[in-house]
Design a protein. Sequence first.
Length: 189
Amino acid sequence: MGLETKHSHSGYRAPTIHRMSELTQHDLSALVRDHGPDLQQFLTRRLGCVDTAKDLVQDTFVRVLQNRSSEVLGNPRAFLFRVATNLLIDHHRRQQHRNTVTLDDPDRPLDQADLSPSIERVVWSKQQVARLRQAIEELPPKCRQVFLLIKFHHFTHAEVAAKLGISQSTVVKHMIKAVDFCRTRLDRP
């Protein structure tokens, strides 16, 4: 097993991951349960947007699953916050890039800059939406249902678990599978 529990004076049991490659579904569920709310609060404070924070928390756990290295970790909380911080930095960079205005003519006032999307960008966006819809349709039924409830109906993991009669760790498992599948489909040429 990849996790070991350490007891502190306060009675809190902090799991310690020996190697990422040994991470089990049970270990992941424990990490989500123990650190997910703190990660979300941390990201929400920095972003000012609960929905984006939820997405980045989900992305954090997807990254953890994808990074199955033999790296030895003594403090999973610090590792999760490092991953979340890196994702936050990436998010801010993407936002800055989107908000950058190229001014070919320095004499042209900023309010006259052409901020409308190009035809190519509109076509590309529509194609991406169509690809995402297709990817969602290809998900297994339960996985698709979990994904839609969380991403489009803004249910919490606990609400989805209660509604579908499944555990929160199963909800997380379905979300990780759905997000990973959709990303793979969207990244294809």
